[in-house]
Design a protein around this ligand. Structure first.
Ligand code: ZN
Length: 291
């Protein structure tokens, strides 16, 4: 099954609909770390939501969803960039039992979800309370409150596939009695989708099955890819920001500085000569070198 984002408009209810389905890019994420099933399910769901939420933004926007907590899962990160590229990562307490986890509090403990939206013009950060049983509960509650746009989100993940479905009322259609009826009808139809349907049927078949009595405009499908945005240039910048003294101290301790990207397992090495080169090029930026 191809990795796709399918945008649509349910014209009969003035509601936006997006479906994401991933297999190959999900396999790429899972290949980097050996996640227990419960951790993988949460990671898959947050990755699907990052693609869906970015689909509502301008094309050049990126979105980062990050949960930090003190529960069995301590970190969950999903990043979706222009062209629908994504990467993600989870950290969890080894030997945690997820068997008794029945809601987000059990899984993440005392935790918050931070959503960061970035595009060339601005950067926005919002904090989402982790309430309810699932990530979709928290996200749809946040969007209903913060944007006053009724939203409904379905997220499913297993080891083979990830899928998500987002419906959101169009902004100009809120506060209209008739529209509320339309919304309720579409929302009820959307809630009936099963994990099996969304994970295993094609997006078009899901739409036909759920909304066969509605007028649905189907836009062009977009591809979704795994792609890590790390690069030697970015690591250079991190080291430069640390400052000359700290980096040379590190070099003395380790002989060769090794930086691992946890998203893709790429390793970057810096020996003495490379570190010197880094700071020779940026000597002007060093406050202690300016007389
Ligand atoms: Zn990377």
């Amino acid at each position: 099954m191809p990795d796709i984002l399918q945008p649509c408009l349910i014209e009969s209810a003035n509601t936006r609909l997006s479906i994401v389905q991933m297999e190959h890019s999900w396999a790429n994420v899972l290949a980097r770390h050996e996640y227990p099933l419960h951790v993988a399910e949460q990671l898959g769901q947050i990755l699907a939501s990052s693609i869906l939420l970015r689909s509502r933004l301008k094309q050049d926007s990126s979105i980062i969803l990050q949960i930090q907590g003190d529960g069995p899962i301590q970190t969950l990160v999903a990043q979706s960039n222009p062209e629908n590229t994504l990467r993600g990562l989870a950290k969890w307490q080894q030997h945690s039992s997820f068997d008794t986890c029945s809601n987000l509090q059990d899984i993440y403990g005392n935790a918050k979800l931070v959503m960061t939206l970035v595009n060339p013009e601005h950067r926005y950060q919002g904090i989402i309370e982790l309430t309810g049983q699932t990530l979709s509960d928290s996200l749809q509650q946040y969007f209903s409150q913060s944007e006053q746009l009724p939203s409904s989100l379905q997220l499913f993940a297993n080891r083979d596939r990830v899928a998500g479905l987002l419906i959101q009322k169009m902004p100009d259609s809120v506060d209209d009695g008739l529209d509320n009826e339309d919304w309720n009808r579409i929302n009820l139809l959307t809630q009936t989708v099963s994990a099996d349907e969304l994970l295993n049927l094609s997006a078009i078949d899901v739409i036909k099955r759920l909304y066969h009595q509605e007028d649905v405009r189907i836009y062009k499908q977009q591809n979704v890819y795994f792609n890590c945005s790390c690069s030697r240039q970015r690591i250079d910048t991190v080291l430069e920001t640390m400052g000359r003294n700290s980096v040379f101290e590190l070099l003395e301790e380790q002989d060769i500085i090794t930086v691992d990207c946890e998203f893709c397992n790429q390793t970057y090495h810096y020996d003495q000569q490379q570190v010197e080169q880094l700071f020779v090029n940026h000597i002007v930026a060093e406050p202690d070198s300016i007389n």
